[in-house]
Design a protein around this ligand. Sequence first.
Ligand SMILES: Nc1nc2c(c(=O)[nH]1)N[C@H]1C(S)=C(S)[C@@H](COP(=O)(O)OP(=O)(O)OC[C@H]3O[C@@H](n4cnc5c(=O)[nH]c(N)nc54)[C@H](O)[C@@H]3O)O[C@H]1N2
Ligand SMILES: Nc1nc2c(c(=O)[nH]1)N[C@H]1C(S)=C(S)[C@@H](COP(=O)(O)OP(=O)(O)OC[C@H]3O[C@@H](n4cnc5c(=O)[nH]c(N)nc54)[C@H](O)[C@@H]3O)O[C@H]1N2
Ligand SMILES: [Mo]
Length: 811
Amino acid sequence: MTNGWNDIKNADVVLVMGGNAAEAHTCGFKWVTEAKSGNGAKLIVVDPRFTRTAAVSDLYAPLRPGSDIAFLGGIIHYLLSNEKIFKDYVLAYTNAAFIVKEGFGFEDGLFSGYNAEKRDYDRSSWDYEYDEAGQAKLDPTLENPRCVFNLLKVHYSRYTAEMVEKTCGTPKDLFLKVCELIATTATGAKTLTSLYALGWTQHSKGSQNIRNIAIIQLLLGNMGVPGGGINALRGHSNVQGITDFGLFSNSVPGYLAMPNSKETTLEEYLKTRAFKPIRPDQMSFLQNYRKFFVSFLKAMYGKNATAENQFGFDWLPKVDVNLDTLRQFELMFQGKMNGFICQGFNPLMSVPNRKKLIAGLSKLKYLVVMDPLHTETAHFFENHGEMNDADPAKIATEVFLLPTNCFAEEEGTFTNSGRVIQWHWKAAEPPGQARTDIQIMADLFLRLKALYAKEGGKFPDPIMNVDWSYRNPAKPTADELLREINGRALADLPDPADATKPPIKKAGELMDIFAQLKDDGTTSCANWIYSGCYTEKGNMTARRDPSDPSGKGIHPNWGYAWPANRRILYNRASADPSGKAWNAKKKVIEWNGSRWAGIDVPDFGPLIDPTQKATGPFIMNPEGVGRLFTRGMMREGPFPEHYEPFESPVANPFHTKVQSNPVARVFKGDLEVFGKSEDFPYVATTYRLVEHFHYWTKHAKMNAVLQPELFVEIGEQLAKDKGIASGDMVEVSSNRGRIKAKAVVTKRIRPLVCDGKPVHIVGIPIHWGFIGATKKGFGANQLTPYVGDANTETPEYKAFLVNIKRIGPAA
Ligand SMILES: Nc1nc2c(c(=O)[nH]1)N[C@H]1C(S)=C(S)[C@@H](COP(=O)(O)OP(=O)(O)OC[C@H]3O[C@@H](n4cnc5c(=O)[nH]c(N)nc54)[C@H](O)[C@@H]3O)O[C@H]1N2
Ligand SMILES: Nc1nc2c(c(=O)[nH]1)N[C@H]1C(S)=C(S)[C@@H](COP(=O)(O)OP(=O)(O)OC[C@H]3O[C@@H](n4cnc5c(=O)[nH]c(N)nc54)[C@H](O)[C@@H]3O)O[C@H]1N2
Ligand SMILES: [Mo]
């Protein structure tokens, strides 16, 4: 989230699209209720199904799964062609005026630089024009046809309301009502907040859905202001935390990059990562990349990391590809992986294409499962008929179960969607042999180290040199780890302003903030963005002061929000270039003549005088402004473009040559098992129910009683066509497998007319398996396709093709 949960109450319009917050974020959804009752906010819901969120909306619009880019592109077209944008904001705080270099183009569904054989782009033409000093060229008059604003207009000119209706199946009038309501926030007096989750991400072009809303929010001037922003509602209680700590195999904590094999020295690595501003006066947190990275290496290797050995740079793995979920299981499937440690992960249930998963897991020599529960993955080799079609006689994988406790049986932190790190206390002892994940990993580490010490080995250094100076090496505590994450001085740190004064930190003292970190090995910090969460004043994440002095939901003394306890990111953009709030009602910080002051922690240097320096508010970008056009970052193009899901019932209405995302993550064998609409005419989508949490709560009797068995949802017309009555047993098949379930016939799912043709939707909840207190059930991922987003590899769980038939009365 760029803003935060409590901030939602400040919104005037709430867009829930690509999520079902009332069911999946029941607690956080109360802030939408607050916005409605306290602020008179209007709620818009756009979802293929009439959800429980839709049930309390002011405006609901259905759309075909996988067509959001067309819908959002339509909104952009509406805002641009009706001049419903916040022009001053757009000029000052976006790259609208930046001139794009010659050579960039878009034709027949492809941007310049496409290589069909590699299924990838040469992205070098997706860039600005630069002057001799390396600064980007601008045309503030917006007359240059190659400035971003004009290219944006041309790109989205095709996204008319008629095209939206044709592509998404959303009636044109309804779509225009959504546009009108969103456009009410274009003045600076009102704000729109966007809440999304998997309905946007689980697509072969999911990240471009998010790019679309970024463009919309920038055009409306809704970034950096209360009740605005782009708010990803995260999944598990600490999934924001794992992302912050390097979830991707090619990153290290704090969104820094894992070095690759071409970066053979620390200097070479830092050279490519260094921050190069492309506008005068632009500053960035990332100017301090070297300080953050060296401090990270010091946290990893402690005293063993010295300037002479490049602070242990050689001991870090060098990673050339991001081995994300799809690539990992593809490797396993190809038999190129012999062991797998599965910690708090039930991939047999959660990864697409069960058949492929069973085949992959069967090729392992060993599988380690660390989990408090028995999971289907740990029992993948069992035969449960069609529900899990494995042949134990043919599987030699050795499975080890290491029981862990659950969160309530240990202390630690959760980082919520709003970036607020919150300490939690231990409430009970773990049962039986269960141990904490930390203890298990510490044990594993110490045994490996002992083995290396005894036997040597090819390259023991990365293990032998790790700093493990915990009071009890077998049981590092969460408290010790959080201090290590926060960072500390390893020597006395002189005052940078006046070296004759006492040091700002004595050796051993905890850091106050990442700005104090050093690149000479005199500080350590495991994750720079968390620096400040545990200082000499104590554990900031354990703070529980609910006060909200401004009444704007800032709560500065509740937990600790990264970075720097800032609750609204980019809050500099809430004020105009001279430093005055665009709108007094939406004020966050203002320049008072000598410093930035207001209700939240200012976004950058509290002393940067806006009348002297034109530092832009989007300080993570070298251009300092928000991007309507993304240079070479996104793999499928600098502007989002509508591509069809890999399995789709319609031809791409926007261009005939390119049907689906031309750079999506897909493997050869999987291309062959995509189904055709002749055989699988219906669009399926998968989702959660409020009564279950994934595959855990089926172990709990209460939840099992509430939702005892798998069902699929279909609309009344499809039910009639297929002779299916509510409660009948049906078989749903895709080109990869079949499931059997009870049918629920509902008015909540309606056929959508796309290009004159009705498209029927089959809804499949995800929560059942062959273990637990519920009835045994098939899993949605016995059907889903093995294809993912080009940037994140998130699988396309939300739009694929199936067939459905009645197989009998209720079982
Ligand atoms: N009760 C409960 N809460 C949970 C979870 C749980 O298992 N149970 N899981 C947690 C986790 S890990 C996560 S990631 C979040 C997920 O939170 P959500 O993303 O909100 O959950 P989903 O139910 O997967 O999907 C949301 C909605 O997307 C819609 N949808 C499907 N396809 C499309 C599409 O193409 N476009 C649009 N606009 N919408 C589409 C579905 O109809 C569904 O209503 O929930 C978290 N909260
Ligand atoms: N078709 C389809 N597939 C999906 C999705 C979808 O919408 N549709 N959603 C996807 C999403 S967003 C997600 S997040 C995944 C979820 O997929 P998984 O993460 O694989 O599923 P969970 O059941 O949440 O598995 C987490 C496991 O962690 C265990 N656990 C709980 N606490 C602890 C702990 O403290 N330590 C350890 N070691 N283990 C613990 C639980 O018992 C559980 O078995 O599913 C994905 N798959
Ligand atoms: Mo998730």
